[in-house]
Design a protein. Sequence first.
Length: 436
Amino acid sequence: MNIVMIGTGYVGLTTGLGFAGLGNRVACVDTDTAKIAKLDLGHAPFYEPGLEEQLEALQENGQIVFTTDLSSVIGSAQVLMIAVQTPPQSNGQADLSHLETAAEQIGNLLEHEALIVVKSTVPVGTNRRVLQIIQSSLSKRGREDLVSLIKIASVPEFLREGSALQDFLAPDRIVIGADDEVSFRTIEQMHEGIKSIFLRTSIESAEFIKVASNAFLATKISFINEIANVVEGTGADVREIAHGIGLDKRIGPLFLRAGIGFGGSCFPIVVSALKSYAGINGYDFRLLNAVIEVNNRQRELFFKKIVSVLGVLKNRKIGVWGLSFKPDTDDIRESAAIDIVQRLVGAGVEVTVFDPKAMGTAASVLPSSVAFSTTPIDAASGAEALLVLTEWPEFRGVSFETLKSSMIEPIIFDGRNALADLNLERLGFRYIGVGL
Ligand SMILES: NC(=O)c1ccc[n+]([C@@H]2O[C@H](COP(=O)([O-])OP(=O)(O)OC[C@H]3O[C@@H](n4cnc5c(N)ncnc54)[C@H](O)[C@@H]3O)[C@@H](O)[C@H]2O)c1
């Protein structure tokens, strides 16, 4: 099948490669010329495990191409997928302007029957709005004949950055929201080769399934963080509690890791957009208010913990491990780690950071006073405390003897409990986690 993917970011590129790997011909379009130039040369514009290898293989056999010019590839498209960003606005609602622009571009160029598939995460009603924009552009061009031939479907994306390529091939389910049998079948055909549950729903239900899934996972995280705050100092350990409750099949073990809270491009926007959507429709979604509040408070509580141990922070030296919002990605959008580094700098701390992949992306948002180091040990060298803000597995492999001797004070504040089982007190560290 011929697929055009509009938006070649974390979702568009990884799923574009996934569809190409299944034997479809994929043209990825993006307005970012630097990104497309990089991709044309076979380089991934962001870090995702396995991405460059997959890119090289599929580019070589012509299964995937990259362009900034939608008009050059739209002619052969049976399916046009839209995976542009829908970032939060200051009022909490999703900014749909990129999606609307993409819809207008499609409507201005399309000359044949096609199925439009929205992959971006959007509030309910958006897919139908996208269809209207396309239809109205077609009408303006005098192509009324095409208006009823354009179909829309919602196929929300559930991949996790850091394991996006595997997630594409082995999703828990593929949700397809459409109006007609042909659209359902076309989308199922595009996924041929993937064994999963294909769930057919209305377009509106598909939009809601994505948003409600993310909101539920965010709620689990805020729940375990509340438990962590309550148990601290009681002799209980939130990791044991999470394990114990996670063994209950009705609860499940995932997304029960206590720490400094969730970030990324999905959870924060989805939670605030759903709350705001409910509000516009006259419903006060109280649970989500609490999920957001608890998430923000986790960072504050962690920061207060640092102050309570170190006292005045001005001119103190602190090392930081981890900047990305989670391991195995260089994505720093809404990252709790970035927020905490900014708070430290605001308090006059001399901060040195290390992250295995996200230092490039972080450099553009962190204050210029932040120093970047090339190894975890260097980041902590001469520091009065070390903060672990992202649970990169490689941090566990560091020589903690060397670390201890390079720090002025061997104090570790672990915002992810990533080193909690290493028994670092035994080596002379003062170790402070979350809910331990
Ligand atoms: N990142 C994730 O883990 C994830 C997971 C599931 C769903 N989502 C959702 O998927 C959507 C995309 O997220 P992302 O993280 O890939 O965003 P991203 O910012 O990484 O990528 C979006 C890309 O779209 C391009 N773009 C914008 N307007 C365009 C246009 N008119 N024509 C062509 N290209 C255009 C941008 O230049 C950018 O490269 C969002 O709605 C997001 O909420 C993201």
